[in-house]
Design a protein. Sequence first.
Length: 340
Amino acid sequence: MNDLFLRACRGEKTSPVPVWLMRQAGRYLPAYQEVRGRTDFLTLCRTPELAAKVTLQPVDILGVDAAILFSDILIPLVPMGANLSFHEGRGPVLDPPVRSEADLDKLHPIDPVSDVSFVLETIRILREELKDRVPLIGFSGAPFTLATYLIEGGTSKSFVNIKRMLFESPALYHRLMDLITDVTLSYLKAQIEAGAQAVQVFDTWAGILSVKDYEKCALPYAARILEALEGLGVPRIYFVFDGGHVLESIKKSGADVIGLDWRTGIDQALLKLGSTVVQGNLDPCTLFLPEDQLRLRVQDILEQGRNARAHIFNLGHGILPEIPADKAKLLVKLVHELSA
């Protein structure tokens, strides 16, 4: 098996440096568009054969060093009792949002084996199809990020509703977070039992918090999950988008690997993180650069990554639908070539 990714997660410097891309199974790939054109997004997530097919596409097309399960961070919210739909141009909508005790009382724990069996079946299919070519990454949203979607009712620019709850109704907020944390932990454990060889926890919206509020309202719940997964034999990656200001707090999360966005350079991040394994952190939009300039950007990140305990190359956020697939393939080639 190509175990570059798993070795790097364990803190081993590798040659070449492993590379995979967040949202690597997605709309920038014509092969994905062909599958997606025949079904809606949620049906695609809930159909194991199709979800496995699009998970494998970037492995075959790009030559990445890890596959990541095709799904969505909001999937476990549905069996909890949330009403989820996706709208073109608007994104996910959770209606009604959770903003009162009565709303929270409608939510409940889940049994992953019965409630999200399609996710676990997708993992089992993938382990068989991959035949140990590359490792398979499972994932979930972090509790704060999932709470944000539930409370805001979808995406947000101001995040006024979740901040209002955590400041105005802290008991309600922490009760919701306890429930989400328990659900997320059981969901990730089930993914690992089904065959996921690493897991990533996405805290997409935790960067909106101050350091003090992050340490009180987001970090403890993510850390509870990461610490509970310790000893299960799989690496744990924690990624806080726009989290440069909370890196000193993030290093207390218990994660094996810290994901970085592009706003903070790896060298700067390591001053706060110390000796650790980092993942990242190319700005997705730099994939619009011509090859010679993209090569320089990749080289710079690889040079900074040498100062980490180990480095996994990735984008600083998900790959954009507008990126040409050939550029993504070129990126993987450059990372392998320049770090060999």
